[in-house]
Design a protein. Structure first.
Length: 377
């Protein structure tokens, strides 16, 4: 295992360091985020800016909320074990009420992995609550977040830590996992973040602990994995927090296999994004034309009206022709302006189910708009 992950008095001795060596703890005393290195000194030779602390104190904590993804956890922990950073860190994984083998898997890995702490939350309360428990029980001044379907690359933590020299919020780069390229299809799902756009997805973010404490962490009204990450970052930015994007802090995100049923069921998670817009009205600028959750929704609504006009038993030929015309913008959207993924033949066959999925998602937005008294389609 990397020294950065398991650094303590025992490993310091094994590496040829004196047992009296102590460390300035990150963010609290003399650690330099720019160099991601530790200021060390012999006992009795204080650096003048801090008090001696045990070498085992973590300087950065990684927090992950997980639910029913036991099969992904060994890969995640292996990736976190491989971080190339000359500083001690810890990993806290919170099992959010899983019903599969997640908890036994975590217990087994924790027994074998010195830097890993595991917590269990029952019943399932959502990722916002799970992440809050994780960072509150962690021990470092900086807290990094990623997800169980991600693979942080070796320089990830080092890149995030370096960003804290000039910022309070650090976002890293996220790309689809190259090993999942064969899964890409019209209804697959992944994440690609190559610049700071204002969404601040928690698959690759880091915050100062003091910032999290100022606002109480994630808003636990968000029960689904959507909107809670954007809300947290903007509550801090609205209080003056500085943010920075670091390309070197790279995470690979899984590509979910293309499946229309899973895709439609997944639309229900996006309803809480309406709450984010209600709490931060300026985020309407991130919406399509300030009112639509996706750019596919306006033509989908027109196509839905067209289908109703065409399928009415008493519809006249003119009404059916008008209905057919209302379908054209959606087809154009899915063929040319916002094409579905996959081969051309596959994309064309996927247009009808894609329309169904978009209309279901519009319905989700309508229900959420009523619930949160904020209009988003």
């Amino acid at each position: 295992m990397k020294n950065g992950a398991t650094w303590n008095a025992k490993t310091a001795n094994a590496a040829g360091h004196r047992s009296a060596v102590n460390v300035c703890s990150v963010g609290r005393r003399g650690w330099s985020p720019a160099s991601t290195s530790l200021v060390t000194h012999e006992s009795g030779r204080g650096c003048g800016s801090c008090h001696d602390e045990p070498v085992s104190a973590p300087v950065i904590s990684v927090v992950v909320a997980t639910h029913n993804r036991a099969h992904l956890l060994p890969r995640l922990v292996a990736a976190l074990d491989g971080q190339d950073i000359d500083a001690p860190y810890e990993v806290v994984i919170v099992d959010d009420g899983s019903t599969d083998d997640t908890w036994p898997t975590l217990e087994r890995m924790a027994a074998e992995t010195p830097f890993l702490r595991v917590l269990r939350q029952l019943p399932n309360a959502g990722p916002a609550t799970a992440r809050n428990r994780g960072w509150r029980e962690s021990g470092a001044a900086f807290v990094a977040f990623t997800d169980d379907d991600c693979v942080p690359q070796p320089g990830w933590l080092r890149g995030l830590a370096a960003g804290f020299e000039h910022a309070d919020i650090v976002q890293g780069r996220t790309l689809p996992d190259p090993e999942d390229a064969d899964r890409i299809g019209p209804f697959g799902r992944t994440l690609e973040v190559t610049q700071e756009l204002g969404y601040y997805q928690t698959c690759n973010m880091a915050y100062r602990r003091e910032s999290l404490e100022q606002v109480g962490g994630f808003d636990e009204r968000f029960r689904r994995p959507s909107g809670e990450d954007t809300d947290l970052a903007w509550r801090l930015k609205e209080r003056g927090a500085r943010s920075v994007f670091v390309e070197d802090a790279l995470v690979f995100h899984d590509v979910r296999p293309s499946n229309i049923k899973t895709h439609i069921l997944d639309t229900w998670r996006w309803g809480d994004c309406v709450l984010t817009v209600r709490e931060h009205p300026h985020l309407r600028d991130l919406l399509h034309r300030k009112w639509f959750f996706r750019q596919t929704h306006p033509p989908a609504i027109l196509a839905g009206v067209g289908l109703v006009a065409m399928l009415r038993p008493t519809a006249s030929p003119g009404a059916r022709a008008a209905g057919l015309a209302l379908l054209a913008p959606y087809v154009d959207m899915r063929v040319r302006r916002h094409p579905l993924r996959g081969r051309r033949r596959t994309r064309l066959l996927a247009i009808p189910p894609a329309l169904v999925a978009d209309l279901v998602e519009v319905g989700v937005m309508v229900v959420a708009s009523v619930r949160y008294r904020t209009f988003v389609l």
